[in-house]
Design a protein around this ligand. Sequence first.
Ligand code: AMP
Length: 582
Amino acid sequence: MSEIIIGIDLGTTNSEVALVRNGQVEILEIQNGSKLLPSIVGLADDGALLVGEAALNQYVLRPENTIKSIKRRMGEEAQVELGSRSYTPQEISAIILKRLKEIAEKHLGEPVEKAVITVPAYFSDVQRQATRDAGEIAGLQVARIINEPTAAALAYESNHKGEKQIMVFDLGGGTFDVSIVRLEEGVVEVLASHGDNHLGGDDFDQKIIDHVQEHLAEKYDLQASDLSSQVKARIRRAAEQAKITLSDNPFAMLEEEYLLKWKGQVIHLSLELERHSYEEMIQEFIDKTLEAAHIALDGAGLSVSALDEILLVGGATRTPLISTRLENELGLQPRSEVDPDLCVSTGAAIQGAIISGQQVSSVLVDVTPYTFGTSALAELDGELYPYTFIPLIRKNSAIPISKSEAFYTAFDNQECVEVMVYQGEERDALNNTKIGSFHMEELSEVSQGNEIIATFSLDIDGILQVSAKEKKTGKEVSITIDNAIAQFEGQQMEEAKARIGQLFEGEVDVEEEGSKTRQREQTQARALIEKAQRLMESAGEEDREDLVDMVEQLNDTLAKGSDGEIQSATEQLADLIFYLES
Ligand code: AMP
């Protein structure tokens, strides 16, 4: 077997290690199921060296004995203090690299000697050399230093034939860069890169921290200067957690019991933050990243339409507003199915395998081939429309996945909501495939705007669980749709098989056919009713009245009429719709 060259993403906030064995990429677990090693080094009270999670935990208690974000200082002639000694940035980075090397050795059960290490595309020669030195200090031969966007492109497209122009949008904890790369026959070239190495998820956290501090100032007259560094570190942690929660949920609670004692009073933090308000807070940062994306495109001499893919890299790109804004402005749905935190180390491992002459299979990730969502009264092409499709789980998302959205009742004392579940890509939900629906009844008697949280969870076996929860009371209703991914195709396949089977047998089950016809007629009648309801908004008064009458009549016959009556009421409504539309 050829020698294994490990791939390392030496990040500002987190670092990861991966390798290729038997053609498959393996991303190594660092601790407790996590594949991220916080890029933090610290010294414990007893002088023990702490790396990663342990150093991060100590940061809350003793920030002064902890070193974070050393990557920012790579290439500087600087010394950082740790305990009674001082170290160069290369030495601190080497401590992180050494830990990753040990993890790989433990995993493989043999020594590891070589590594590919990634750096940002904008790193200067001096910074690259410092990274190489760090590798050597850690006891690694650095087989190659490669650009992070190059690694990301390799993770997605290692086996791609032909040419592709790709935007790699990388927003980590403390740095942002966007690169345009060209992939040609497996060779990746960075055409342009632009960014801001002081912009990232930490800035998003800071906005939430400011918000918490405003709350503390208002409620308890507590100023930032009154807070100890431990209290600040706890607030920072809670803020980051809330931010992460908001990526999948419409609101988050910032809760810290016994935060501090102030003027003889114990203060517990309990503050709700809605995604909508949070998105307003970070809007300015997202604007900046989009400007940078355009600058990078200009730098590469490419127009938006020349882009084939947008790849998302870095933990902070899980913020849904980023995908939405990119898609709106650049007209391409960004891809994120290779875990944005692990994408660069995956590519580094693939590069390592290529250097050592190993074959690498494409990185396989389970994704959903469809979008799943619900419908609601919302704007569609500038007009309010009751069946606007609200996607919750987007096509090509890696599964398992769980996403929640908030919806609001439209009327005072509304007792019931119907939750529709659709699969499809159309903005008009009625043009998608309805795969389920359920009612939630006996809602609280409150004015309109009662908040209902819908949650869609899709697991690896294609089972979709949809729930609706009244936020005020916690009351919840849910359904499970087995085989949500395959259902449509499977159903069609079964029907086709049955039809063909019947052809061969030369006989058709009359009763079954009859019930199918009835079902079809009822579905058609319901679709017509929905269409009529849409037409009501634009129809003149007289036509509207006719529509209302006929819809009522059809609804009545559907509830208690015979087949013939349903058919005749359907035809009448169809005629009127035809007349109104022509
Ligand atoms: P990286 O430097 O790529 O490891 O990214 C770290 C940043 O991603 C930190 O600011 C994290 O708080 C942030 N992050 C991680 N997960 C999420 C998430 N689900 N939503 C938003 N930000 C996240």
